[in-house]
Design a protein around this ligand. Sequence first.
Ligand code: AMP
Length: 438
Amino acid sequence: MSFESLGLMTELLRAVSEKGYSEPTPIQIQAIPPVLQGRDLMGGAQTGTGKTAGFTLPLLQRLMESNKATRGPRNVRALVLTPTRELAAQVGESVKIYGKHLPLESTIIFGGVKINPQIRTLRNGVDILVATPGRLLDHVQQNTVDLSQVEILVLDEADRMLDMGFIRDIRKLIARLPKQRQTLFFSATFSNEIKKLANELLKSPALIEVASRNTASERVTQVVHHVDKGRKRELLSHLIGANNWKQVLIFNRTKHGADRLTKQLKTDGITATAIHGNKSQGARTRALEEFKTGKVRVLVATDIAARGLDIDQLPHVVNFELPNVPEDYIHRIGRTGRAGNEGEAMSLVCVDELKLLSDIERLMKREIPKDTIPGYEPDPRIKAEPVQKQRGGQQGKASHNKRNTTARRPRSGNPALHANSNGNGRSRRNAKQASQRG
Ligand code: AMP
C-alpha cells in the first residue's frame, strides 16, 4: 500500500516523502480515504500509530478542494482540539510539515503563554487552528476568533479531554461551530461518556480501530523489577549506567517527586531534566528539546505533562512509580515502541504498589514478566503503606481518575478525592487551567 494509492494530492505526497515516510501506517490506510470523501470518523487509536498524519493529510486536502484557500480574508476552516499544550504543539507542527507545499496558514493556541500575540495571529487570518479548549474559549469569549466558518472539527484524544474536565468547554466551543461540518473523533478508550459524546457529534461515521483499546503495543517489551521504595533511585541509576541508556523517559506520580528524582540523578552524574505542570511553558519546551536532542539523558515527567509527547525512536520508558490510574500505564509505555520501532518499558515496583500492578494487569488482561535484580531484592519485612497521591492537587491526577466521575462535576462529592477541582478552594477555571498545565 502506498500513499499515492490513497488518493492524496501531489503536494501532500511530496511532503510525506520529504518527511521520510515510505508507506502509510494501518490507521492512515483506514482513515485517509473516508476523510477524503468527507465522511465523519470515529477512530480508536492511541498516539504512536501515525494518527496525526491520518487525519491531517486528508484534512489539508479537503480544505484545498473546497477551494476557498486563497480567496478573500482567511477564516478558521479546520479546528483541531487537543487536551494538552504539548499535543497541540506537536499536531500544529505536523500540520505545518504536511502542509508545507500548500497555501494554507495554521496556528497553535494554548494557555500559559501571552494571549496578545495569539490575538494578532488570529486577526491576520488562519485556515487551520490547533488549540486546547480552555484558551480557545477565552478567545471565543473575547471575540478574537470566529468559528462560524469551520468545515472540519477534529477532537484528538477525546477521552483525555473529558478526563481533564474539558467537557463543558468543548460543548461551548462546539455550539459556536456550524452544524453542517465534518467531524473526526479520536479516542484511545471508550467509556460510556465518550460514546455518548461521539453519538451526539458524529453522523454515520466510518469506524476505524487500530491496536484495540486497553492493549499495549506488542513492540514494547515490558518488565517489572520488584524493589524497595527506598532503593528505587539507586537501582535506577545502576540500570541507566550499567546498560548505558542514552535516552530514558521516567514517570513519577507527583511533580515534587519528579523534581526530587531529577536532582538525585544529577547527583549521580546522570544528566536529567523534569517536565511537569509547575514549569513555565518555556521551561517545558526547553526540557523537551534538550531531551530530544540528547543534551540530557533522562526526562522525568508526570502523567499529564507527558501526554502526547512524541519523541522519535524513544527506546526506554521507566515507571519509577506506577500510576494510580491503570489506563495511564498504557499511555506511558505507549511513548516507546512507536511507528514500528522496538521499545522497552520497565517498572520499579515496591510493596506499596502491588495492588496498582494487579489493576494494570487486569486491565491489559496479561501478566507483566517479573524480575529482581541481584543485590536489590526487596526486604520481606517491609510492610505496604498507602500510596502517596499528588499533594496540593494541581496535577489533575484525581480529576483524571476514571473511577472518580465526581471529579468532572466539581460541586459534588468528596473534595479530598479531587482536590484540584475544588478541594483547595480555587475556582474551577483555575483548577482546570492547572490541570491543563499538568
Ligand atoms: P502519531 O501517532 O501521530 O503521534 O505518530 C507517531 C510517530 O509516527 C510520529 O513520530 C510520526 O512522525 C511517525 N509516523 C507517522 N506516519 C508515519 C509513516 N507513514 N511512516 C513512518 N512514520 C510515521
